[in-house]
Ligand binder design. Sequence first.
Ligand code: PRX
Length: 645
Amino acid sequence: MVKMNLKEHDMFEPPEDFVKQANMNDPDIYQRAEEDFEGFWEKLAENVDWYNRWDNVLEWNPPYSKWFVGGRLNASYNCLDRHIEKRSDKIAILWEGETGDVQTYTYLELLDATSRFANALKGLGVKKGDIVSIYLPMIPEAVIAMLACARIGAPHSVVFSAFSADALAQRINDPASKYLITCDGYYRRGNVIEHKGKTDEGLDKAESIEKVVVVKHAGNDVTMQDGRDVWWHDIVESANISCEPEVMDSEDMLFLMYTSGTTGKPKGVVHTTGGYMVGTTVTANWVFDLKEDDIYWCTADVGWITGHSYIVYGPLSNGATVLMYEGAPDYPDKDKIWEIVEKHSVTIFYTAPTAVRMFMKWGSQWPGMHDLSTIRLIGSVGEPINPKAWLWYHETIGNGRCPLVDTWWQTETGMALLTPLPGITSLKPGSVTRPFPGVKVAVLDNAGNEVPRGEGGFLALLAPWPSMIRTVYKNEQRYLDTYWSKWGTGKYLSGDGARQDEDGYFWILGRVDDVIKVAGHRLGTMELESALVSHPSVAEAAVVGMSDEIKGEVIFCYVTPKLGAIESEELKDELSKYIVKMIGPIARPEGIIFADELPKTRSGKIMRRILKAIADGKEVGDITTLQNPEVVEILEKKVKEEVAH
Ligand code: PRX
């Protein structure tokens, strides 16, 4: 094998031996999708098992889509039952705990565990259509719980386990869910995180919950509330091992996923069953090139969309072996990830650019300690990956020979939309390359016209795709306003900026709205601001994403204290802790400065663009429209001091 030393402007051609074996290696696929849009997706829908075939491939009444209309299926059947004949003893979940213990579930074992838990949920009163909240860390029960919900037609709403008690309450209250699945605790850097305690705190503010199922995982002491809390192991013990999957309509809700947007409240993105299963099954197959003997590892958390689509539904629907890891990447040491890769002979590795930049900073000696030669494909998701990190990842982890799939997508899109097909696409370091076949993407200006190649603009989707968001839960208006109001109902506003180069390759420039991406985690500036202003000492607050070499962006806060509040380091510390308590550790600010005044337009709107430029130490540009231009210089000085501090 010739090892290539790629440079920034080089192209990486798919290696011949990879192309030969690739699941998708026919370049005409793009053309075919173009010529017959519905026919293309219809053919792909055959990769999923249906009880009843659909009558229509698509009903598109912009901005509402229905896919595989009239089709009936069950997502858990597709992830489990249909593999039993061929793969009953194949490992579906290969779980490694932080303490080094390994648990495996074969497809048959996963089916049994899912069916038992599905029956246990029914026993608690869960019915088709009930929303079940899941607040679990990276343990196999998280996957089992999701699949059990899917099996009985109860949409799940998974809440990231590191979110705070308040954030949990908010995500339970919005859909008024009656059921919650949580655990006693889990391991993080050698400590046990008391998860049930945090859950209880959240439940004090979430009155709709009637039943709580608790997984015993870390064995720490917990308080169980009589009549409300039950142990997972108790209720599955007596549950029947067989549970017929519910026959679901293609457009029945499969799950809800809360994500941050431009207002204070996170929104419940609704995904339905048929289109989502088709989209994730096919992209997992073509983009990750999943094969029978692959050991596939996506390092995302099940609490995010990446975990839903590319730990659970996509890979399991393909009958893959999926690795899950409970702990931190640098505990007990910085080679932990590579130790796991070697130990389990991982072949496909999918992670976020922040992780790549962190690995790069730690140094090549850590991966160098282990045999990574089993890896044959690597991937990236969640934020733009800069060419330097791309090249390091390709060279050091991919050994200069593995295709690197940089996949652009969102909670709302459900599946990867801009992505290389590793057996076809020539790669450019830092580019997400091209749309998946059948996906129509463009870079538009404010008026909705395509911008010339080379120029930046808004990334838009011009046609529906099967796994697209159907609505915002109980908030139709927000669905319309957020995604379909800028240019009318046929063009989806992604919220990202992008540029297409002379070869038609797409380059993502980052968010252009009030969403920030901290280490790939999505947070709304308004959400952070409303947390800050709920503190008794804060009169006004503005939050921006400050550029960061490793994390992409970090949180920087400008706070106007209330009259009488003392501007001290102690108050900054308190505010930082407060925001973590309100949202979770991912929202910990990198810097806070006090500002008597914030830069505002004459109509009183805070100019975040200026605050971001100040935080980044950049030229602020035109400030003549401000009612108080003098504050800019004051803030610039304060930020310099804070950053040096
Ligand atoms: O800004 C884009 C960024 O992540 C946003 C979506 O965040 P979320 O809904 O949390 O889903 C993340 C996982 C799919 C996008 O609007 N993003 C995602 N993937 C990429 C990316 N930015 C650049 N390159 C990517 N590959």
